[in-house]
Design a protein around this ligand. Structure first.
Ligand code: ARG
Length: 546
């Protein structure tokens, strides 16, 4: 139930009548009442009147239809108190969508997330993109948008020359050699590449044969890719991430579209030759020296890189997939890359009016020393090792992995955060286990209850607080969508669990008289349903008991 919007709609005509023009009633949650509007203060100067007089006139004119009562406060605030019967009716009628109507005009939104690199093990750097992207995909889909998940895998490029050549050395296409640990495999290939001239020369040739589609090279490449996909799907399964094999669209997919990317950009006059390379220079991007920054579309050796592939992928997403909204959940260091890609795509007509592309950036995961999280010996941490440790440290995988995911989602995504096992696994505080515990506690309450939930009545302040918290799910979800910030939902859920704790302490449930007991059970039921939906939207599992 979005009381902010409902009451703003109700107040708007009164404000307009007083101001003689449309006014944003600015209804917000407040500490002083359920909701508050400070719009009269903002209008005062323009109207040349005292804000309190304006507020009084608005209050007299407003027709709130029994939704809430108004009082004047301070220099001209309108304090709004929602009627108890409105609250109880909303809670009694709460449906599976928790009062959130599906969007009236759904966007077709491509969410590009995770994007690990093939033939390399996923590391902790891919963790945030995977977790944040998956939460956004779930949230947008719940709201009623048409979500297309895309896992833009790094499965193409010159490094595959050395990887394939190494695989060929180990027994080739039909060989019985199992790739095993892909990180080790990559490292071995790298060492040979750096130290063995012959291997290096063969690797370079491999790039050429692979790109020309020569069958043996292609088959070796396919072996590496298949193995990588399996490893990624395994991690997604453990993480409870909704990316499926059908969502994997690697860089290789766009290779035969790169020529036409160049052609179209050339026809639009967007490419300039610079030191043998074909570059776009979108206006407004300069390097440290003040020189225009190039987006390299075709390298001087004729090859294509990351930027060209992203241009092709963008064009494909708007033109072929018909998306009107693109979200790229990728770390902050790639911000300039994406801004330049969007600028060039916009100039090329691949992002027409009404179609948006947005980089949903995020900060780094830091170790206890405040530097990028690494192993004790300074190496990048493998995601599988991290997940193993989470399951070992917690009483179950659901709790360990829920703790990691919640810690990643609970803060503003743009900020870095310190990875701290003890903190994230604590059953108190702003943690995943705390929320999972709140949910499990309600489940166990229902296991003991003999009565069924009944009509809700509000007899104590803690009941009313909890009731309003439950009904605030919709604005929290809306805020998460509007700002592409899953933490809005996480913060809300934590507040809900805290409100439930206060209610649980102050309001006896199973010892209450039958009608009150049924009412309190109903409040607990609405709370658990909201916690369950909210945690599921964040991709956090719900342990039945803890
Ligand atoms: N594979 C890239 C990396 O590891 C991330 C891909 C992000 N998505 C994209 N469309 N560029 O850095």
């Amino acid at each position: 139930m979005n009381f902010e919007v409902l009451l703003a709609d109700r107040l708007a005509p009164a404000f307009e009548a007083v101001a003689g023009a449309p006014v944003d009633p600015a209804v917000r949650v407040s500490q002083h009442a359920d909701l508050q509007s400070g719009a009269a203060l903002a209008m005062a100067r323009q109207l040349g009147r005292a804000p309190r007089a304006i507020a009084a006139e608005v209050a007299a004119k407003a027709d709130l239809d029994g939704l809430a009562s108004i009082t004047l406060s301070g220099p001209g605030f309108l304090n709004l108190t929602i009627a108890d019967d409105v609250i109880t009716a909303a809670l009694d009628g709460l449906d599976d969508r928790l009062g959130v109507p599906p969007v009236s005009t759904p966007d077709r939104v491509v969410i590009d997330y995770s994007g690990p690199n093939a033939a390399k093990e996923m590391h902790v750097g891919h963790l945030r993109s995977t977790i944040i992207g998956d939460a956004l995909a779930r949230i947008f889909a719940f709201a009623g948008h048409d979500v297309i998940r895309v896992n833009h895998l790094g499965d193409w490029g010159t490094q595959f020359g050395m990887l394939i050549e190494h695989l060929a050395d180990l027994g080739g296409v039909g060989g019985s050699y199992t790739l095993g640990d892909l990180t080790d495999f990559y490292r071995q290939a790298r060492v040979k590449f750096d130290n063995d001239d012959d291997f290096r020369a063969r690797s370079r040739l491999r790039v050429v044969t692979l790109q020309s589609g020569e069958p043996e090279s292609r088959a070796l490449w396919q072996r590496l890719i298949t193995q990588s996909h399996r490893a990624f799907l395994d991690v997604y399964g453990r993480l409870g991430v909704t990316l499926a094999a059908g969502d994997f669209v690697g860089e290789s997919f766009y290779q035969d579209q790169l020529g036409s990317v160049v052609d179209e950009l050339t026809a639009s006059g967007l490419l300039v030759e610079s030191e043998g390379a074909l570059c776009a220079f979108p206006p407004g991007f300069t390097g440290r020296d003040g020189d225009p920054l190039p987006l390299i579309v075709r390298k001087s050796d004729g090859g294509f890189g990351y930027a060209a592939t992203d241009l092709a992928a963008l064009r494909h997403r708007t033109r072929v997939l018909g998306a009107n909204r693109l979200l790229y959940v990728v770390g902050a260091p790639q911000q300039t890359h994406f801004r330049m890609v969007y600028a060039v795509a916009r100039a090329a007509g691949w992002l027409p009016d009404g179609v948006t592309a947005e980089h949903v950036g995020f900060g780094s995961v830091l170790g206890p020393d405040g530097k990028m999280l690494r192993t004790r010996t300074g190496e990048t941490i493998k995601l599988t090792d991290l997940l193993d440790e989470a399951s070992a440290r917690a009483s179950s995988a659901a709790i360990g992995i829920g703790a990691i995911k919640y810690a990643d989602l609970a803060g503003d995504r743009r900020s870095d955060y310190v990875f701290d096992w003890d903190r994230m696994l604590s059953s108190t505080g702003d943690t995943g286990p705390y929320l999972q515990y709140a949910y499990a506690r309600i489940r166990s309450l229902f296991a003991k209850a003999t009565l069924s939930p009944g009509p809700i009545m509000l007899t104590a302040p803690a009941e009313r607080d909890l009731a309003l918290k439950v009904l605030a799910f919709e604005p929290a979800l809306q805020a998460a969508i509007d700002a592409r910030e899953p933490h809005r939902l996480a913060v809300y859920l934590h507040g809900l669990a805290v409100a439930f704790s206060a209610f649980y302490e102050q309001c006896p449930i199973l010892r209450a008289e039958p009608p009150l007991q049924a009412s309190r059970l109903a409040l607990a039921d609405r709370t658990s349903r909201t916690l369950a939906s909210g945690l599921t939207l964040l991709g956090i599992a719900l342990p039945k008991a803890m």
